[in-house]
Each structure stands twice: as C-alpha cells, then as structure tokens.
Design a protein. Sequence first.
Length: 301
Amino acid sequence: MHHSKYDVIIIGGSFSGLSAAMALGRSMRSVLVIDSGRPCNRQTPATHNVITLDGEKPGNIILAAKKQVLLYDTVFLINDEAKSARQEGPDFVVTTASGQSQKARKLIITSGIKDIMPDIEGFTECWGISILHCPYCHGYEVINKKTGILSIDEMAFDFTKMISHWTKHLTLFTNGKSPLSEKQKEVLKDRNIKVVESELLSIHHEDGYVKTVNFKDDSTLSLEALYTRLPFEQNSGIPEALGCKINDDGYIEIDEFQRTSISGLYAAGDNTTPFRSVSAAMASGNMAGAFVNKELIEEDF
Ligand SMILES: Cc1cc2nc3c(=O)[nH]c(=O)nc-3n(C[C@H](O)[C@H](O)[C@H](O)COP(=O)(O)OP(=O)(O)OC[C@H]3O[C@@H](n4cnc5c(N)ncnc54)[C@H](O)[C@@H]3O)c2cc1C
C-alpha cells in the first residue's frame, strides 16, 4: 500500500464495510479495507428482500460492490485478516494475519458475526439453503412447505407465531423439555402446530435441502424447511480488546451515528444489531462512512 497513514481503516469488506468505503471514497478519503472474504450468508443460493438485487447470489453482489468501490482511487482493499489493533495517540494501528501493520486516523469495524452451529449432523450443510434465519429473507420461497422451527428458549412461542404467517404446516422442535407455558401449548394445539420435544440427532438432506429430521429416540419426520436463530459470537475480538462496550446480547454498542464507546472507532452491520439484513447492513455502513468523514472535517477545518 502507498500510505504511511490512511484516513480510515475498515475491518470487514462485505455489505456494511463496502458501503462505508463507498461513502468515504466519494469523500476523497484514503481508505484501506481489510477483508477475509467470509460473509455470513455465503452459503445462500439467492439473496432476497433487497430491491434491485432480489434473487442475486450473495457472492455476485459482493464482487460488484468491490469493483464499484475500487473505482475510487483513494480506496484500497487487501484480502487479509485483521488480528489485532491498538491505539497510538489518536490513531489506530491494525496488524493483520500476514504480518502487515497499517495506521489510520479512524477505524470502522464491519466484521459481522459468526453463527455457532449446533451439534446436529447435516445442519451446517443446510444452513442458508433450507435452514433459515429469517422469514423476510427466505420465507416466500418456502410458503406452506412442511416447516420446522428449532427454538429451545422463551422465544419459541413468538418465533412460532411469526412463522405461522408463512406456513400452515408447522412443527416446533424444542430439542428437549419444552420452554412453553401450558397456555402457550394450548394456543399452539388449537392452531394445529405440533410441538416435538425429542432431541435432534441428524438432518438428512440433498445438497443442503432438508428431507427428514432424525431424532435421538429413533423417530423421524419429513421436512422441507427449518427456521432457527443460532447463538453467535463477534467475528473479531478487536472491538472488545480496544475497550468497546458490548451489550448483554453480544452486540457492539453504538449511538445513532454508528459511533462506539471509543472515540474515533465506529461499527456497523450485523455486529451491532439483531436486525440482520443486507439492506440494513448497507444502510448502517453508509451512515458510518458519512459520519467518519464528518468527524474528519470537524477535526481539520
Ligand atoms: C445464511 C444467511 C442468509 C441470509 N440471507 C439474507 C437475504 O436473503 N437477504 C438479506 O437481506 N439478508 C440476508 N442475510 C443477512 C445478511 O447476510 C447480513 O445481514 C449481512 O451479511 C451483514 O453484513 P455485514 O457486512 O455486517 O457482515 P458480513 O456480510 O457477515 O461480512 C463480514 C465480513 O467481515 C470479514 N471479516 C470478519 N472478521 C474479519 C477480520 N478479523 N479481518 C478482516 N475481515 C474480517 C468477513 O470475512 C466478511 O467478509 C442472511 C444471513 C445469513 C446468515
């Protein structure tokens, strides 16, 4: 890279990070995007619920975005993993897996989250294909299909209620003793929604498309789609190591301008919000880019 110091380093070059990079490139800022190339939706055959991009392969969206962003000659991108970061006066120094150290005045963390897969054989292979995190993204494609919901906590009832809008063939898997109250059980029964407490063993699938679910008690059930919300962790430990406040749900705390609790450090995208969508990630990245630029103008004017 040609810079001894960039205006901005962005860790994570996916929907939120590239959106921030675009706003900054168009503001003539020197930007280094460090991206390890593993967006959370990479296994999904088609992205939905994003206008002008409905049905697109996620990889194609990212490719097009990288191409557009790199047309701005102050924007640089490296395929690398940010390993650590430290503050040096008002600046940030980021060190990557390949051993580079790069400095910038501001840092934006758009590194996303990592879904933690349960120990159920076949689950990972179906993730994003027929095991779904969100009905807005993928519910239309499985309307009225034989659908399961895997939810083991107090969200189980509300999650089931929501998905019942998309399909009438619904079974709730609680993977052990049900967290439902008697009243909730009655409501589900009235609506013909089955509750299965047997523990899941494996998922039989063809190329990621669920066919049957096998339980530890030897029972099986045929299925075409499964919704679940997985536990997650931050992809990068850098925000926490720099002292960013992380909220109880595991998201980086930000204000309405995407500022974290550390001055000069911003965050956007999935690592900051449970509202997980491509358009939301783009919007928050775009906001972060604009407000980082504003902060630089304020400092320099
Ligand atoms: C299976 C699945 C399917 C989905 N389908 C849809 C859909 O159809 N429509 C929709 O609107 N939304 C969908 N979503 C949600 C959407 O994909 C996310 O909201 C969006 O990807 C978030 O963008 P992001 O930039 O915050 O993070 P991500 O897209 O996850 O990207 C994070 C980037 O940061 C990089 N990174 C991480 N750590 C480091 C590091 N230390 N150094 C350098 N780089 C790093 C990663 O490699 C990655 O490129 C889906 C999500 C999942 C999980």
